[in-house]
Each structure stands twice: as structure tokens, then as C-alpha cells.
Design a protein around this ligand. Structure first.
Ligand code: PEP
Ligand code: MG
Length: 600
């Protein structure tokens, strides 16, 4: 039966594929395809895992103390029975044979099928056996991870051949995917994803955009009502998910898929065109990256530098272990060298809120118990509370400056004292490097404007910092008091809110008055509906996901910044700035085509 699910569109395009349902806790289970010749060995790994767990359970039962409650041996028997049930291991084997999933993926796929059957049972006792089944599967996954020939347990990315003949594309469906897990999908088999929770600028959504794969978040019940292997269309532009579409609908979306590929190819021809407005204003289009390897896509997209390197992604998927100075230095240097003399803005670690570390050092307990982590010990607050960690990062960034143009960006500054402590830490890091005889260059240090307080005290901050970058994702969150990751209030997360626009306009104006450079690196920079408005505010530096650069460049090439600046107040003072801006966009779209302007 065909039906639709609605959510929030977070990453453009259309994906069509078979549903792979994964429980959030198992998203980091390895997902990769094996080839025909590996089917037997994969089944053997599954069998070995099963035998190991059977041995563990038998030993547990044997070693139970004499006074153990009578339920315990009975429970272990239930686990043993589930382990040997053909509905678990037999059906898992079938996923391996039919679909060429690796054993862990096959096992979690089968668990999702069975868990749903348990959920639908009338009998309370039987329904509750789902938890037992989950425990058995967790044990089995652990046993396989320990197995001699087990693949990397943390990689959601494929390590085996991914395109064997006849394989359908796959889309991932989960209740939630942590940003750290999303990162693993960079090289994964999935062509799109859907989550039940999340907002448009949650970090999961941001990483999806950086991967440039169609995605819908906040789809509420999706992971409950979509079934394993259903055909699914993800419309990442509209936020619609169509499950088991009719052949006509499928054909229509395949057509749209081809159209959007053609449009991308057309836009990519702008790659080497400088971003200059119709009235000759040069605009800098920079890239947001998460890992040094992303520099390649930044270059590919024609970025003229990196405006935001979210360094916290180097800290993820490491069991809470912090990367050392040398390791960080190598990562920063790799990005700097890849950018070939273009500026690379490295943001100090922005951990916390929806990007927690697996273990947050001495502050771990405080963070875990924070009632409202978005307002807690995150970003620069966390860095300043971990001085050794912070100086280590600062030294690594400074050392990378010997290899190209590096700028340092500080997230979530709200107080002048934070600014001073940060600059002191930079000075100390420089001193340590000088004493150790390690080369570095003088680097510019900038502040992010992400908290209304920072926008309001910007003239004072500008006396301390060399540049500013406006993080609109958080600025909206903190101005409107809307958790950016919470789909329940996503309808109130409004970049068009007059208060937000005024803070952005004010910050750009203050920075320009102070003669300091200013950019926007939040999602608004990559959203073409804001391009003219931001130009009107005087913004000349935009930082976004590489995949968004061409579309923004096209807007810049067609905009007349002076004409727009003359109409800024009209939008800012409107009760509905979005409608006012749209109206102006329509009215001003009547401009001469680019070719004739250039010729003139
Ligand atoms: C922002 O808040 O706009 C920003 C760019 O930082 P992040 O999205 O990583 O919080
Ligand atoms: Mg932010």
C-alpha cells in the first residue's frame, strides 16, 4: 500500500531506494556489501558468533550461584532459545545470501523485522520478549566484533564491494542518527536517509547537507510505519517521503531526479566564474568542511577558501579520546595544504549540545546531567574549562599556519571575559611553540556571532578580534529560544523572524564600520532565498557546504547589490520580511541577462 510521511526537508534532491531500518543504537554497526565469493565465510562468521554466544549463555547458566532467583536460569534459557530460533539466525542468513549484506547488517535488519512483530503482539508477556531479543542480538554483534576475521565494528562505511549487479539503491531510516554516525555515512551505501527526530539545522541535518544526499528529518513516525525493504522515495526539497509509490509516481520522481542532475551539471559550469554582482561587487564564496578530506569537494565546487572547518568532527567516533596535538596538526595541515594558499578558517572545538563527545573528560558528569546542554558547557565554554586540551588544539592550529593561510575562529562567544581568556590562551600557545622552536605564523583570530549577546556587544568584541563570522544556526536558536534539534518546535525556528534579521544586519554593519571582515557561515549563507537580502545588508563573504556554492553564485551573478541595499529597510521593517523579500525578488528578477551585462 502506498502512503506518505511528512517531515522537514534538509538536504536537496530525490533519492529512491529500498528502506533499511536501523535502530539508532545500532547505526554504527558496519554496513557493507559482500560479494558472492564471501557469502559462505560471512555465514560462517555468523555461525561462529552464534556458537560463541551459546557458549557464553551456557557458562552463565552453569556458574549461577546456588541462591540465584529461579527466574535467572529460565531467562537464560529464553535467550538460548531465541539465539537458536530460525527466525533469527536462519532469516539473517537469508539476508546475507539474497541481499549480500555483511553479517552485522543482516542481523540488525532481521532484528528490526522481528522487533516489529513483537510490537504487534497482543500478549504483554510475549511483547516484552523484544527486550530479550535485543539483548541476544547485542551479544551476537559483540561476539562477531571480537571474532578473528571481523570487519571494523565502528565503520558504517562500506569496506567491501558496494555495487554488485542488480543491487537496488538503499535509503536509511532511523529514529535518530547522531552527527558522529552521520560522518560515517560519507562513504556509505545509502543514497538518502530519513529520521523521526531532528530539526532543519540540527547537526545531523547539516552533515547530510554536506554529504549532499537527499534527506528528511523530523518525520516522526517514519521508522515505525515504514517496513524493512519497502520502496521509498525521499523528496529532500519538499520534506515528503513516499512509501511504496505507484509506477506513475515512481516514474515522475525518476524524471525529477534526472532533471536535478542536469541542473547540477549546468550550475557546476560556473565553478571558475568569479562571484561578482551585476554592479561589480566581488563576493567571496567559502566552504564549510568537517574533515580535511572535504577540502577536495570545496576546491571542486570552486570555493575560494574554507570559511568554517568544524574541528569537533575530528574528536568524534574515538570513544571520547581526544586527538593529540600532532594528530590534529596533521589534519589541519592536510586541509591547509589542500587549499593551496587559500584561507582556511579553523574553528576551535564546538563540543556539546547535539554534538556531545562520548566522554567529556573531567566535565563528563556535569555534561551528562545538564538539563539543557545547548545552554550548558559547550563550545568555547568547554574549551576554556579544559585548558590543557584547548592549548593543545591552539598549538596544532598555529603549527598548521606555517603551511598556508590559517585563521582561528572561536564558537559561541558571549562574554568579553571569554574573549580575553581565549586570546591569552592563544598567546600562551604561541609562547610554548616559540620555546619549543616550532614554526608558526601570526594568525587572525575571529569570533562567531551565535548568541544575541555577542551581536549586541559586537563593537567591544571587535576591539579584541580580527574578524567575525555569523553562525545563524545558533543565532536563531538562541534569539528565538528554539532548540534547533527539536522537531516539536521546528515550526518556530524561523530565519525570517525580524529579530533575527535585525541582529544579522546590525552585526554586518558594526563589523564593516570597524573595518573588520565579516562572513555568515550558518545555513542561511547557503540558502538562495537569503542571498540578495544578505548582499543588501553589506555581506560580501558567505560560507556554506560545497554543494551549495554554485547555486549561490548564480544568485550573486544575477543580483544588483546597490539596488538591493536601497530596499533593505523595506524588508527589515516589514511585519512579514519573507513576503516582502519575495516580492522584491520577483520585481527585481526583471534584470538584464548576465551575458548582455558582461558585454555592456
Ligand atoms: C552556526 O551556529 O550557525 C554554525 C555555523 O555553527 P554550528 O552549526 O556548527 O553550530
Ligand atoms: Mg553554532
Amino acid at each position: 500500500m502506498s502512503f506518505q510521511v511528512f517531515g522537514l526537508p534538509v538536504s536537496r534532491g530525490v533519492a529512491i531506494g529500498r528502506a533499511v531500518l536501523v535502530a539508532s543504537s545500532r547505526v554504527d554497526v558496519a554496513h557493507y556489501f559482500i560479494d558472492e565469493t564471501q557469502v559462505d565465510s560471512e555465514i560462517a562468521r555468523l555461525r561462529a558468533g552464534r556458537d560463541a554466544v551459546a557458549g557464553e549463555l551456557a557458562a552463565l547458566k552453569r556458574d549461577l550461584p546456588g541462591d540465584a532467583p529461579a527466574e535467572l536460569p529460565a531467562l537464560l534459557d529464553v535467550h538460548l532459545m531465541l539465539l537458536h530460533d530460525d527466525a533469527l539466525t536462519g532469516a539473517t542468513k537469508q539476508w546475507i545470501i539474497d541481499r549480500h549484506y555483511n553479517a552485522e547488517w543482516a542481523l540488525s535488519a532481521q532484528l528490526e523485522v522481528l522487533a516489529r512483530q513483537f510490537d504487534e503482539m497482543e500478549d504483554d508477556y510475549l511483547r516484552e520478549r523484544k527486550a530479550d531479543l535485543e539483548q541476544v542480538v547485542e551479544r551476537l554483534l559483540r561476539a562477531m566484533a571480537r571474532g578473528a576475521s571481523a570487519p571494523s565494528f565502528t565503520a558504517a562505511s562500506p569496506t567491501g564491494p558496494r555495487d554488485f549487479a542488480g543491487e537496488d539503491p538503499l535509503v536509511l531510516i532511523a529514529n535518530d542518527i547522531a552527527p558522529a554516525d552521520m560522518l560515517q555515512f560519507k562513504r556509505s551505501v545509502f543514497t538518502g536517509f530519513i529520521t523521526d527526530v531532528g530539526g532543519k539545522t540540527s547537526h545531523t541535518a547539516i552533515v547530510a547537507r554536506s554529504l549532499d544526499i537527499p534527506a528528511v528529518v523530523g518525520a516522526r513516525e517514519a521508522s515505525r510505519i515504514i517496513r524493512q525493504d519497502d520502496w521509498v522515495i525521499i523528496d529532500g526539497d519538499a520534506g515528503i517521503v513516499i512509501v511504496n509509490p505507484s509506477p506513475i509516481v515512481l516514474e515522475e520522481y525518476r524524471f525529477r531526479q534526472r532533471q536535478s542532475e542536469l541542473e547540477r551539471a549546468r550550475l557546476s559550469r560556473l565553478r571558475h566564474t568569479p562571484a561578482v554582482t551585476l554592479d561589480g561587487e566581488r563576493v567571496e564564496l567559502l566552504a564549510n568542511i568537517e574533515l580535511p578530506g572535504d577540502a577536495a569537494s570545496a576546491l571542486q565546487a570552486g570555493a575560494v577558501g574554507v570559511g568554517l572547518f568544524r574541528s569537533e568532527f575530528l574528536f568524534m567516533n574515538r570513544g571520547g579520546e581526544i586527538p593529540g596535538e600532532d594528530e590534529q596538526f596533521e589534519a589541519y595541515r592536510a586541509a591547509v595544504e589542500a587549499m593551496n594558499g587559500m584561507p582556511v578558517t579553523i574553528r576551535t572545538v564546538d563540543i556539546g549540545a547535539d554534538k556531545p563527545l562520548e566522554r567529556m573528560s573531567i566535565n563528563e558528569l556535569r555534561h551528562e546531567h545538564a538539563l539543557n546542554p545547548a545552554m550548558g558547557l559547550r563550545a568555547i565554554r568547554w574549551s576554556l574549562s579544559e585548558p590543557a586540551m584547548f592549548r593543545q588544539q591552539l598549538r596544532a592550529v598555529l603549527r598548521a599556519s606555517a603551511y598556508g593561510k590559517v585563521r582561528l575562529l572561536v564558537p559561541m562567544v558571549a562574554q568579553l571575559a571569554e574573549a580575553r581568556y581565549t586570546l591569552e590562551a592563544v598567546a600562551r600557545a604561541k609562547q610554548q611553540l616559540a620555546e619549543a622552536g616550532k614554526p608558526f605564523n601570526d594568525i587572525e583570530v575571529g569570533a562567531m556571532v551565535e548568541v544575541p549577546a555577542a551581536a549586541l556587544i559586537l563593537p567591544s568584541l571587535l576591539r579584541l578580534f580580527d574578524f567575525v563570522s555569523i553562525g545563524t544556526n545558533d543565532l536563531i536558536q538562541y534569539t528565538l529560544a528554539i532548540d534547533r534539534a527539536d522537531e516539536a518546535v521546528a515550526y518556530l525556528y524561523d530565519p525570517w523572524h525580524p529579530a533575527v534579521l535585525q541582529l544579522i544586519a546590525q552585526s554586518i554593519a558594526r563589523a564593516r564600520e570597524a573595518g573588520k571582515s565579516v562572513s555568515v557561515c550558518g545555513e542561511m549563507a547557503g540558502d538562495p532565498s537569503f542571498t540578495e537580502l544578505l548582499l543588501a545588508m553589506g555581506l560580501r563573504s558567505f560560507s556554506m557546504h560545497p554543494s551549495q556554492i554554485s547555486a549561490i553564485k548564480q544568485r550573486v551573478l544575477r543580483a544588483d547589490a546597490r539596488r538591493w541595499a536601497a530596499r533593505l529597510e523595506q524588508v527589515l521593517s516589514a511585519e512579514d520580511p519573507q513576503a516582502a523579500c519575495l516580492e522584491l525578488q520577483r520585481a527585481m528578477a526583471n534584470v538584464p541577462p548576465i551575458a548582455s551585462t558582461v558585454a555592456a
